[in-house]
Design a protein around this ligand. Structure first.
Ligand code: 4AD
Ligand code: MG
Length: 459
């Protein structure tokens, strides 16, 4: 079997006649010796393969272009070069796939904006190799956390008829001929559509997650979610992945405790398993990243009620673009001020005004606020949104009326309150936002393999 390059580099002894495969990252000739850096995506480090002029075919190999796919054979020996333990003394190198001259990843560094336009070769760029390795490791860490604690993963539907967040930002799913749809009383007749009703891509798996929490106690979802919000920011995507745990017999304090240990656990995992990549981000993307992640694991997250957050902002003397006033939602500039300037660590803002949050959140005794929590972190802002759910049927109905929603549309959600309903709570972590936090990457488009944002779905 051909070893992965990470295993070659981590070898504990020299090895005779070893084979490695990968893509040529750089070629450098010095006197009668040529050095090839070979990468295969298994690690940020490259294998240095060395050819000398006596090797068969040397004259041609010297012209191997960057990006070529190669199979190298040789002896792994201790390297005299600094910063690497081993190098491969080539006995043979076969070019399996050559490279046309318009290959866009030649030596020079490209901007992230440019690389987005070539998403078919972007994964070969060093930064993106690191990003997508960490993306993989992060999702494994998520599953490990919940599996270790007995949470059941639920595959909630991607096509749905309910608007969980009630924000009307859904992508419609239809097989009707939109050039000439069936009509009834002037409006489009969705009873003739595929599902016999209007359907959309889900914005959240929460409502279905609640069904399973009230059967299995502790569950989580991890799936794609879709939002047609036309906000062209560095933190919003139209298609993103969300992790949504839901716990029965749990209140807001319990919810917060799970969220805090969850975030700490997945960061610990990444520090342990992706050390090389974190060092790379620390050097090239966000200075101080490693310290930030290491101190997060030890920090105690703050909890600040919304009302207090608003008065902290009012007293701050800062000039904000958007107004700060009790009853208005916090904007990202406010969130970032609180977590970056004021507290300088992750913080939960809890107990938001009822009117600016979703209908399902549990109404507090003051009847003005709900048992909501957002987790804010420096640089990224909100990464988690969650709440205790309204388990009292009368209160739930009052909330539905309050938000002008039709209780009949929520018949099964209401039933859950009548059939052994119990206090329960959960939250949603935006997977890409978490990845931005962990890698220091500043734009959500650069942590998604193929970003879907307003006006953009080329790949
Ligand atoms: O705060 P949100 O809207 O909460 C919910 O959807 C709840 N149903 C979750 C729950 O209680 N089970 O979204 C949760 C998180 C946000 O905190 C943010 O990290 C991320 O999802 N998010 C987005 N990430 C990228 N692009 C977008 N357009 C996002 N919208 C939300
Ligand atoms: Mg939110």
């Amino acid at each position: 079997m051909v070893l992965r390059i990470v295993d070659v580099l981590d070898s504990d002894s020299p090895q005779a006649s070893l084979t490695a495969e990968g893509w040529v990252q750089t070629v450098r000739t010095s006197g009668s010796v040529t050095f090839f850096e070979i990468g295969d995506g298994s690690t940020i480090r490259h294998l240095q393969a060395v050819a000398d002029a006596s090797m068969a075919g040397y004259a041609d190999l010297v012209h191997t272009p960057t990006g070529a796919a190669v199979r190298c054979k040789g002896d792994l020996v201790a390297s005299p070069a600094k910063g690497q333990q081993w190098e491969l003394h080539l006995t043979d190198m076969e070019i399996l796939g050559s490279v046309d001259s318009d290959y866009p990843l030649q030596k020079k560094r490209h901007s992230f904006e440019f690389l987005r336009t070539i998403a078919h070769v972007r994964p070969r760029a060093r930064t993106f190799q690191a990003v997508f390795r960490v993306r993989h490791a992060l999702q494994m860490a998520v599953h490990r956390f919940f599996d270790d604690r007995g949470f059941i993963q639920v595959h909630t539907p991607i096509i749905t008829a309910s608007d969980c967040e009630g924000a009307g930002q859904m992508f419609r799913v239809t097989t009707l001929n939109m050039a000439d749809p069936p009509r009834k009383d002037g409006a489009i007749d969705y009873s003739k559509d595929f599902f016999g009703r209007e359907a959309s891509l889900t914005v959240s798996g929460q409502l279905e997650g609640e069904i399973f929490a009230l059967a299995f106690k502790n569950i989580y979802t991890f799936g794609p979610t879709f939002r047609a919000e036309n906000s062209n920011t560095a933190r919003h995507a139209a298609e993103f992945w969300m992790i949504e745990p839901e716990m029965a017999f749990c209140d807001l304090a319990g919810d917060r405790a799970v969220a805090e240990s969850f975030i700490k656990s997945i960061v610990t995992d990444i520090l342990e398993r992706c050390g090389d990549d974190i060092d790379f981000f620390n050097e090239w993307i966000e200075k101080g990243l490693r310290d930030k992640l290491e101190s997060l694991v030890k920090a105690e997250f703050e909890t600040v009620p919304y009302t207090e957050a608003v008065s902290l902002l009012e007293k701050s003397g800062q000039r904000f673009e958007y107004p700060v006033k009790w009853g208005l939602d916090l904007q990202s500039e406010h969130e970032r001020y609180l977590t970056e300037q004021l507290l300088k660590k992750p913080m939960f803002v809890v107990d938001y005004p009822r009117d600016i949050k979703a209908f399902y959140m549990r109404v507090n005794d003051d009847e003005q606020t709900v048992a909501a929590m957002d987790l804010l972190v420096p640089r990224v802002g909100e990464i988690i949104g969650g709440s205790q759910r309204e388990e009292r049927i009368e209160m739930l109905d009052a909330q539905l009326r309050h938000f002008n929603l039709n209780p009949d549309d929520y018949w099964w959600y209401r039933d859950l309150r009548r059939f052994g309903g119990v206090a329960h709570a959960g939250f949603g972590l935006g997977f890409e936002r978490m990845l931005m936090y962990v890698t220091g990457m500043q734009n959500i488009r650069d942590v998604v393999p193929f970003a879907r944002t307003p006006g953009s779905a080329e790949f």
